[in-house]
Design a protein around this ligand. Structure first.
Ligand SMILES: CC(C)(COP(=O)(O)OP(=O)(O)OC[C@H]1O[C@@H](n2cnc3c(N)ncnc32)[C@H](O)[C@@H]1OP(=O)(O)O)[C@@H](O)C(=O)NCCC(=O)NCCS
Length: 192
């Protein structure tokens, strides 16, 4: 029998969990990989513990089941000789589309970023910009061109010219500074 919604008697349970990567269970990591495979294909399956060190994962649950997830991880940025600590956003996925789960996930991210007063940045495809604008982020086409990944161990610099930016600023106003200014910003994390 399906769920019955009548005025006054319907119940809903939405939960949002912020879990540091080391607290995620194998079952949860496997679940995220299965969903990535379903969305993007097998090559998108990944080792979260290796790629997303120190990340906080956000799990949106509806009636106890994960319906959307995403992460935020610390990224160091150097711009014009000054050092910044921001959050890299990634892995965002709503398992069923068009049910507000994506918006709930992004609202949880904004809640977290405001609490920490941190700037957060994601790089994504043009097709996602409308969504991010609707749910409270700013966007900038080709923002990735203003960033370089500098491998902290080898000093090697990686250029990726294909990606638009999505961001939410804290008091450092870093992205506005980069957009208004000249030159590139160096990150200590490969584009996430
Ligand atoms: C992008 C994504 C997270 C959206 O999640 P969703 O749960 O389907 O979106 P919601 O139901 O919360 O939609 C919120 C609003 O955004 C709109 N929206 C959703 N996707 C959109 C898109 N690609 N472009 C423009 N608007 C979009 C919805 O119509 C809705 O608008 P409304 O306020 O007018 O009703 C989801 O489609 C997804 O997981 N895509 C694959 C993975 C991905 O691309 N992730 C994001 C990049 S990391």
């Amino acid at each position: 029998m399906g769920r019955v919604f009548r005025e006054g008697v319907s119940e809903m349970k939405i939960e949002i969990e912020f879990k540091p990567i080391e607290k995620l269970k194998k079952k949860e990591l496997d679940f995220m990989n299965v969903q990535r495979k379903r969305e993007y294909g097998k090559s998108a399956m990944m080792n979260f513990r290796k790629e997303d060190k120190k990340a906080v994962f956000i799990l949106v649950k509806d009636e106890g089941k994960v319906v959307a997830f995403g992460m935020l991880k610390p990224v160091k940025v150097e711009y014009k000789g000054k050092k910044y600590e921001i959050l890299g956003m990634g892995r965002g996925l709503a398992i069923k589309k068009g049910r507000e789960y994506g918006r709930l996930l992004q609202a949880a991210r904004i809640y977290y970023m405001k609490k920490k007063d941190k700037t957060a940045v994601a790089f994504t495809d043009r097709s996602n910009l409308g969504f991010f604008e609707k749910v409270g982020f700013k966007t900038k086409r080709h923002l990735i061109k203003r960033f370089r990944y500098k491998n902290p161990k080898t000093g090697e610099i990686v250029i990726d010219n294909d990606g638009d930016g999505v961001y939410y600023e804290g008091k450092d106003k870093l992205v506005s500074k980069i957009i208004k200014g000249k030159g590139v910003a160096f990150t200590n994390a490969d584009f996430w």
